[in-house]
Ligand binder design. Structure first.
Ligand code: IMP
Ligand code: MG
Length: 199
């Protein structure tokens, strides 16, 4: 590597994420367009962590990450916090590909500690229709936390079908399907360090 070269950029170039979809298989005809750079993401995550660190000082903060999409975001956010926090994960699955499937959401991996009396902050990658979050909020409320709020990296507000209050938002976007930074398309692209729109 040449002196002064950014190792991150080099890794990105090696993966060839600048330009075209790379994962061989069903996505060769897809083009990835850079939406949020590493720098924009890092600044946004740091800003969110500052807000959370102020609001949750002296609280019993539990970050509940929603698998799998939020794993990278949660890892970065947690390391920017200046207050203690414990970390849990949940995974939810919705069956069927259409909107009528909203009644078929289940928890496939639950939290492993009691949330009673804790200050729970859900960490989600994207809030889209809001249906899965609505279900998850109900589910976590049954644990009787002292407080329950939502932190999402990306808010697609225009696509909302149920009212969901996002307490901490990273980026707002209107529409479009995104990948990278933990977020997938058919399990591809999660490891990309930036966020791209799939064309
Ligand atoms: P909702 O129940 O419609 O709000 O679904 C939100 C979930 O759908 C997110 O947590 C993502 O897992 C997934 N999702 C929504 N939009 C996108 C996208 O643009 N790319 C990848 N996954 C998405
Ligand atoms: Mg998700």
């Amino acid at each position: 590597m040449a002196a002064g070269e950014d190792p991150g950029q080099r890794a990105t170039a090696q993966r060839g994420t600048v330009g075209f979809g790379l994962v061989r298989g069903d996505l060769l005809d897809k083009e990835l367009k850079l939406l949020f750079s590493r720098k924009e993401i890092a600044e946004t995550v740091a800003r969110m962590a500052r807000e959370i660190s102020v609001d949750y000082a002296d609280k019993k903060l539990v970050l509940v990450g929603v698998l799998k999409g939020a794993f990278v975001f949660l890892a970065d956010l947690a390391r920017e916090l200046t207050i203690p926090a414990t970390i849990e994960f949940v995974r939810i699955a919705s069956y069927g590909a259409n909107k009528e499937s909203c009644g078929k959401i289940t928890v496939t991996k639950d939290v492993e500690i009691s949330l009673e009396g804790k200050d729970v902050l859900i960490i989600e990658d994207i809030v889209d229709t809001g249906l899965s979050l609505q279900f998850l909020i109900e589910h976590l409320r049954a644990h009787h936390p002292a407080s329950l709020r939502l932190c999402a990296l990306v808010d697609k507000k225009a696509r909302r079908e149920v009212e969901i209050k996002v307490d901490y938002t990273g980026f707002a976007m209107a529409d479009g399907f995104i990948v990278g930074y933990g977020i997938d398309f058919n399990e591809h692209y999660r490891a990309l360090p930036e966020i791209f729109v799939v064309d």
